[in-house]
Design a protein around this ligand. Sequence first.
Ligand SMILES: C[S@@+](CC[C@H](N)C(=O)[O-])C[C@H]1O[C@@H](n2cnc3c(N)ncnc32)[C@H](O)[C@@H]1O
Length: 411
Amino acid sequence: MVAILGYSRPQIIAAVQAMYGAVAATPDAPFHFPVGAEACRRLGYPTAQTAELPGETLARFAGVGYPFRAGAVRPGDRVLDIGAGAGNDALIARRLASPGGRVIALDLTAGMTRRLSDAIRRASIDDLDIVQGSAEQLPLPDGCVDSITSNGALNLVPDKRRAVAEMFRVLRPGGRLQLADVVIHRPVSVDCHEDPRLWVECVVGATVKEDLLALFEEAGFEEVRIVGEHDYFALSESPQTREVAASFGAHAIEVGMRRGEAAPSWVWRWRHRLDPRRAWRRVQRRGLLGLAALSLALLSCYGTLALVALLPLLGIGLALDEGLWAGTITLFVLLSLGALAAGLRRRVGPLPLMLGSLGGGLVLHALFVDYRALVELFGFTLLGTAVALDLRRRRRQEAQILGLDRTASGA
Ligand SMILES: C[S@@+](CC[C@H](N)C(=O)[O-])C[C@H]1O[C@@H](n2cnc3c(N)ncnc32)[C@H](O)[C@@H]1O
């Protein structure tokens, strides 16, 4: 899921501002994510670059990687840093873009932009502009920058597709983009996804890696490549954050790319979005394989029977190959059971698989041993109940890991 549902958006923006306002005000307070000079060093920033940064901005570093690994910023560039925070990357970009370059540091949180304003005034820096604004609606004209850098911000943006479209708009054709951000292996379910507290902890708002890369390609970026990948959350002092990150496969990546000449046609974009391999991956990662297989089993069973009954009324004859029909239903029933068995690894307990096996057994008995419509229907009902139970338990377990449902026993 790329854009969150509308109703919780203002709360998420407010939660992001409160969290990063706190980092700006009290950087030494405990946070669940790494903050400051040590984090910067461990993420791979060379000492030669950090040595020149003011102590007050370095203490407020909250990035998730080292985006400069992608090498997007060149001398003479007009650079935009999106979600600049206290401005460390903007200050590094300023050095890389000189001579003749200029940097815009944009951030949503007033506390952060105020800190950076104070720091550059004190250092008499005049080639860095500070803008308070949103990545979803950049207050800049089309094609006005040569390169964009961003570190740890996109995972916090509610509408990522819109933010990526904005990056494409303000970057000149052929311009370069470098990004460090959090990605996940397994998406978070919608109810947990909407929780503002979880959103600001950098895992829940993150996108599945392949979906994030596809987002840039669909917007018209080319040569999208991963240049670094690392276990960012291992640096977190919070055991709960480390557990949540491990459970969703959350980690950081550094990406580089180039803006194409024009945005791709909508036909190309939709073909890309509807690619069956992507759809399959999405179903799998969302834990919906059991539901999809059950739906296909029901469709091949009762859908075929309905066709066989209805088509003659339209004057179309249809001969049913009973072997093929029963084989197809069996395949989907077994696939549902396989998905329920996979739930055992997710510690949902044996009940869904036991119930599903009983239901599947009854369907197969009706198909191959002694056909009774009621037995078959009862078998499907049991299988459906098992799939629903498995989904419910997975959701509860997810909420428990995220700390949303502390009363649940993980039953
Ligand atoms: C994880 S911090 C990283 C800050 C900085 N890039 C660094 O490396 O220290 C993310 C920053 O993104 C900003 N941010 C979050 N959502 C944003 C949005 N929608 N538009 C602009 N900035 C945003 C936050 O205010 C915060 O300062």
